[in-house]
Design a protein around this ligand. Sequence first.
Ligand code: AMP
Length: 257
Amino acid sequence: MTRTAIVPTMGALHDGHLALVHRARELADRVVVSIFVNPTQFGAGEDFARYPRTLDADRVLLDGLAEVFVPTVAEVYPTDNPPPVIHAGPMGDLWDGAARPGHFDGVLTVVNRLFDLVKPDVAVFGEKDWQQLTLIRVMVTERHVPIDIIGVPTVREPSGLALSSRNRFLNPDELEKAALLPVVLRQIAESGGTSESIIRGAARLDDAGFMVDYLDVVDENTLEPTIDSANARAIIAARLGSTRLIDNMPVAPAAER
Ligand code: AMP
């Protein structure tokens, strides 16, 4: 029987997305990449209108690799039969959810709807959006959705900066500065996630002109702050100029330091 994988995206594709596509091709015979800039996951005053849309280039990148599914808003959210709104619950109010109220309800609602439209056996997501990946895992477990959720490690620039569709908003000066973000995360991760390393890292970013939204070490499943380095992640969101960047790294367990 044909096994179908979905890779949900908002387009403006880069090598991070392509890593997901290549992983999907290992897992399934049919790979569908959805491209949909989902209005319900953007808050008022966020960058929905200016979010990069590069459909022609995206199609070229995916040519011969995957089917491209570009649904319309009416197809995803038919007004006569609207899809159920999925609430992310308390875990969706932490971190990015605190900064972006309703964001994860929008994400889960669209992912659930895309699952319904494409009917995949497996779905591939990036670890870059750790909270998103965690919430999607919780959603499929709680709702008994028979789809395997696969996470793919973050693809980075040679500078260490995580690839992101939003990196194109950074000017050359900001792009250079942005490389400090993974440096700070790595220091925290390699220190085992000590509170001193977090405080030092936040100060360094502040000095460099970042507006740090959050920087902490959390349990990678519950997303609650932790001082235990086992199964922990250092997570960050910070603004540089008008661009909000997020990233995370696994904290090195004691045995590996
Ligand atoms: P988006 O960029 O929001 O369209 O993300 C679509 C998918 O690509 C999500 O599962 C993201 O986590 C994933 N993704 C985005 N950037 C990266 C990256 N640098 N490395 C790996 N996956 C990524």
